[in-house]
Ligand binder design. Structure first.
Ligand SMILES: [Zn+2]
Length: 479
């Protein structure tokens, strides 16, 4: 009895000393709330179905009681800024301002964080109020972690030290512009976690979590290591999946993409026994929100800027053209022949096409968001045989591979004939295809892959009476 009584007194004393406020209530919290997003991709604005950054922040305030106080941890799994023109045109600066205002504490480094070069990444870092985490990037020359990355951080959440280890995707060298990351190695996830879990603990971390730009399969593969390191959860990204599951006792989370959802995880920490457990988790759609006014104001400032810069209307569309449709693939690949009429074939990746063309006026802003990357067109000379090998995973113009290989004028593609082929410098330089093997000396055109579509659209002068939809080709070119 006595012991229990002493225990309770000490417990009460701790509560009282901990954080008495004017109401006499205890504010030293034993819980940590994580709000998590990944692959925001510059979707500051809602798209009609989802409510964008201001809506999400509104939901955090109303539904999750987020008041900026200490026991919330706001985290991103990376790929923050390449996307619609409002972000891409400013190389992510608008997204950074908004994420700062939303109180993000850290983000993993996504592959697309490198899209605008490492110099721009360094500039963006100066604007960010939170660090970019990746424990598995090394400079090839020195073996060191580069200046733009921190391997982990330890954040004091109301007296509980949370160690957050970051991971970048090992696919980064082929999923951003390869030349931008040629100086870096993207090393094993589990090795990095083993090293830096110890470092974080040495720095006093009571609770350990991972935020990584890694897919659900990669999270699952890492969960055994994470479990043995006492890591509670892994936040993922890159694959735009919705993930909320446990594996080897570790919670795996990923929120989809484009600020369409967020995940909330509540962690309980036992300050006496120094143990942590996950109390609850959920995923919420970013819908039916009351948008936060202060975030809305930042977004409208950037919206005004981008509209002023890219407001020029260059066409008209009577029905929405979906980004993943046959007609969109054909539209983009065919547009290149407007600038390069002597080329036979165009080849690009569907991943370079990032949003729909909505019904109505088509502005420059729409096309920048549709084709947001700084990729240029290169010209290659390939034999028919080589061409057939190179188009395997990609979308094509100037030819079909349905029922045999034919140019668009119906001429068969002969194995030994030589063809002039257009592709992007991005596809040319990734190593999981044979473009560079077959033509080691490409002709660099320095024409951005979106520019022909802009020029062609202006030239055909579409209108409500003669919309772009009249010019579309709905015939699949691949099986
Ligand atoms: Zn990614």
């Amino acid at each position: 009895m006595k012991r229990a009584g002493v225990g309770i007194s000490i417990f009460l004393l701790i509560i009282f000393i901990a954080c008495p406020d004017q109401n006499g209530t205890n504010h030293q919290n034993n819980s940590i709330t994580i709000l998590y997003t990944n692959d925001e991709h510059g979707w500051l604005e809602g798209d009609g179905n989802y409510d964008g950054a201001a809506g999400m922040f509104g939901l955090w305030e109303t539904r999750e009681d987020y008041d900026g106080s200490d026991n919330y941890l706001i985290l991103s799994g990376g790929d923050m800024w390449t996307g619609p023109a409002i972000s891409t045109w400013y190389k992510g600066k608008s997204m950074i301002e908004v994420m700062n205002a939303m109180g993000y504490d850290a983000a993993a480094i996504g592959n697309h964080e490198f899209d605008f070069t490492v110099d721009t990444l360094m500039e963006n870092l100066e604007r960010l109020d939170f660090p970019l985490l990746a424990a598995n990037i090394r400079e090839k020359s020195s073996g060191k972690i580069p200046a733009f990355a921190k391997p982990y951080m330890v954040k004091d959440i109301d007296g509980i030290n949370v160690g957050i280890i970051g991971l970048a995707s090992q696919s980064t060298p082929i999923s951003t512009f390869p030349a931008h990351v040629v100086d870096y190695e993207f090393t094993s996830y589990s090795e990095a976690v083993e090293i830096f879990a110890d470092s974080a603990r040495d720095k006093g971390a009571d609770v350990l979590i991972i935020i990584g730009h890694i897919t659900s399969n990669e999270m699952q593969a890492l969960s055994a290591t994470a479990s043995s390191e006492g890591i509670l959860l892994i936040g993922g990204g890159h694959s735009h999946e919705k993930v909320l599951q446990e594996s080897n006792g570790v919670l795996l989370i990923e929120s989809g993409a484009y600020m369409q959802n967020y995940i909330r995880v509540d962690i309980k920490y036992d300050r006496e026994n120094h143990t942590a457990e996950i109390l609850s988790y959920k995923i919420e759609a970013n819908q039916n929100s009351t948008p936060d006014q202060s975030i809305l104001e930042i977004i409208s400032k950037w919206k005004n800027r981008v509209q002023t810069t890219l407001s020029q209307v260059i066409g008209y569309c009577s029905e929405t053209i979906s980004k993943s449709s046959v007609e969109m693939a054909n539209l983009v690949t065919d547009s290149w022949f407007y600038t390069f009429p002597d080329a036979d074939v165009s080849v690009t990746n569907s991943g370079g096409i990032r949003q729909d063309i909505p019904a109505g006026d088509i502005s420059l802003e729409t096309i920048v968001g549709l084709l947001p990357f700084e990729n240029s067109i290169v010209k290659l000379e390939l034999s028919g045989n080589e061409l057939k090998d190179c188009i395997r995973y990609y979308i094509i113009g100037g030819m079909t591979s349905v029922g045999g290989y034919y140019l668009s004028d119906g001429t068969p593609i002969y194995d030994d004939s030589v063809y002039c082929v257009l592709t992007t410098d991005y596809l040319y330089s990734v190593t999981n295809n044979n473009f560079s093997l077959y033509d080691p000396i490409p002709e660099e055109t320095s024409v951005n892959y979106r520019q022909p579509l802009i020029d062609w659209l202006i030239s055909i002068n579409t209108s409500p009476a003669d919309p772009l939809n009249n010019y579309l080709d709905y015939t699949p070119r691949k099986n």
